[in-house]
Design a binder for this molecule. Structure first.
Ligand SMILES: [Zn+2]
Ligand SMILES: [Zn+2]
Length: 394
């Protein structure tokens, strides 16, 4: 038993307490659920209609290849009618408080109808290198609600943790930013990777393309994980970089949305770094698509408030419990569990902390960060400024 394992076995693990908040809970029949759903669908419908009006500015070139814009108009049609229906339901169920949510939902949908609704003609779109990923934002948001919020409700770890828990608005902002900025992130990542042309080997790429797709997928997972492990570890262990990554660790209520919280410098640098192995390996498009889907789903899942054990998979892959430990502010867990995809590199480089009978009792950073997006974005500058002052004061 090495010293860190000894420390872990002596540590007194506690259980996290999440207080029930009856006043803020979603309960059927109150008009609150229908009000928020109407508002959400109204807002998304309006965004979608604006994206249909200005597709070259507001949709993503790469993503457009993967969906049929005309078929999605059918989804939009049902979304708009559902928003209006739920808006009216709010009025029927509720005589005060939540009417305003339904009214706002209906109003947003009516504006969407006035702008052309689900019948805006779809034609060829001029590809632009830089655009806002409104399509990516809408699809990812709806997909996440359907998949991850359902998982959290069906298999919650903390069943009293609310969907609209403290700071959900801050994390929603990060979610929107990360998705809207997708093309800027890709442009930056491609520019960054163009500096690695010298390392490309046609022979290596050909021999990788000769192996079966699923092995190509395993190779990318391991290579990407290796890069992400060291990038993540650098953010923790290099003093200059920590204040940037501390923003991601300032989350105190972890769920599907919380994983989006991250300083924009980290968001851009992480994608740029992971692009290096993807570029150098030159795997087939099919393997790359499987990897990108796997990585995107896993990144959200590991933050989810789900208590699923994942059986033997937890000995191979990064699971919610494993990554929740990475977010713990408890002593044995600090600076551990850096991996993004598999647990291999944490095992190999001795940064593995996974007491399987326990979950963290406390999340967050040991020094509390500002609680607003602006405060968090400026936080690294504040820390670096303070350090400079201290250095010159000596
Ligand atoms: Zn971290
Ligand atoms: Zn995380």
């Amino acid at each position: 038993m090495d010293t860190s394992e000894q420390m872990d076995s002596e540590y007194q693990y506690k259980q996290r307490q999440v207080a029930k908040n009856k006043g803020k809970e979603f309960r059927l029949g109150e008009g609150r659920i229908s009000g928020y759903c109407s508002l959400m669908l109204g807002g998304l419908s309006l965004l979608a209609v604006i994206a249909y009006l200005y597709p070259s500015m507001l949709t993503t070139t790469e993503l457009r290849k993967l969906y049929d814009a005309e078929q999605l108009q059918v989804v939009l049609k049902y979304g708009m009618y559902t928003s209006i229906g739920l808006g009216f339901l709010t009025f029927i169920l509720n005589n005060g408080k939540y009417k305003f949510l339904g009214l706002t939902g209906i109003s947003l949908t009516l504006v969407a109808f006035l702008l052309g609704g689900y019948q805006i003609p779809v034609g060829p779109v001029e590809p632009k290198e830089l655009s806002l990923g409104v399509d990516w934002l809408i699809l990812a948001f709806l997909g996440s609600i359907v998949v991850f919020v359902s998982l959290e409700k069906l298999f919650p770890k903390y069943k009293d943790q609310l969907i609209m828990r403290p700071e959900w608005g801050v994390d929603l902002f990060y979610f929107c930013f990360n998705h809207l900025a997708i093309s800027a992130i890709l442009v930056f990542a491609n520019y960054h990777v163009s500096h690695f042309d010298w390392a490309v080997s046609a022979t290596l790429q050909q021999s990788i393309r000769d192996i079966p797709i699923w092995i190509q997928f395993v190779v990318i997972v391991l290579c990407a994980d290796f890069v992400l492990y060291w990038e993540h570890r650098a953010y923790h262990e290099i003093q200059l970089l920590w204040p940037i990554h501390a923003v991601h660790h300032s989350i105190e209520n972890i769920d599907w949305l919380a994983g989006s919280r991250g300083h924009f410098v980290q968001v851009f640098s992480e994608r740029a770094m992971v692009m290096i192995p993807l570029y150098l390996l030159g795997v087939e498009q099919a393997a790359l698509n499987i990897y990108v889907t796997f990585a995107a789903l896993q990144a959200v899942l590991i933050h989810c408030n789900v208590g699923i054990s994942f059986g033997p998979l937890k000995y191979i892959l990064v699971t919610p419990q494993f990554h929740h430990w990475h977010h713990s502010s408890e002593k044995p867990a600090i600076d551990t569990n850096y991996s993004a995809h598999t647990i291999v590199f944490d095992r190999l480089f001795k940064t593995y902390h996974f007491p399987k009978q326990h979950w963290p009792a406390d999340y967050g950073t040991t020094q509390r960060l500002p609680r607003t997006v602006v405060g968090q974005t400026l936080y690294p500058l504040k820390v670096w400024g303070k350090r400079m002052k201290r250095r010159y004061a000596k």
